[in-house]
Design a protein around this ligand. Sequence first.
Ligand code: SME
Length: 158
Amino acid sequence: MNKEEAYRQLLIELPHLLSESDDSMATLANAAALIKQAFPLFSWVGFYLLKKGVLVLGPFQGAPACVSIQLGRGVCGTSFVQNETIVVEDVRTFPGHIACDARSLSEIVIPMKKDGRVVGVLDIDSHALATFDAVDQRSLEKAVTIIVDHLTSVSWAS
Ligand code: SME
């Protein structure tokens, strides 16, 4: 299956899966699992959530990761403050990249916007170079919109 087809299926399955719970952490946990399972090249898929001015590790699939990230630091903190998706073809070229897993070579981070404010990010890593492109960006931004729409509460960000 090519990447476009895999994303088409993901974007169909995601709303069904997420409709099973109105618990935010259950929603984020299953979303991370579904995305990771759909793409063998993704080594780590997870969420960092804004808590008391810091991004704190949320539900994820993959190896244990950095527990907290300051706003403006690393790819996650930069994406958060810029409120923009960041695609990094080679993490060694991104100033300030935070290496939770030394094997990670490329990364994409998508901000999560709820009711006009950024409440966290979706972070995906790959052990291969240049895994992520405009197709991933467009599709994962749609996935994040679906995920955020299913969050009944973003109480962690209050
Ligand atoms: N590489 C990220 C840190 C989080 S891990 O990839 C899971 C960053 O630079 O923000």
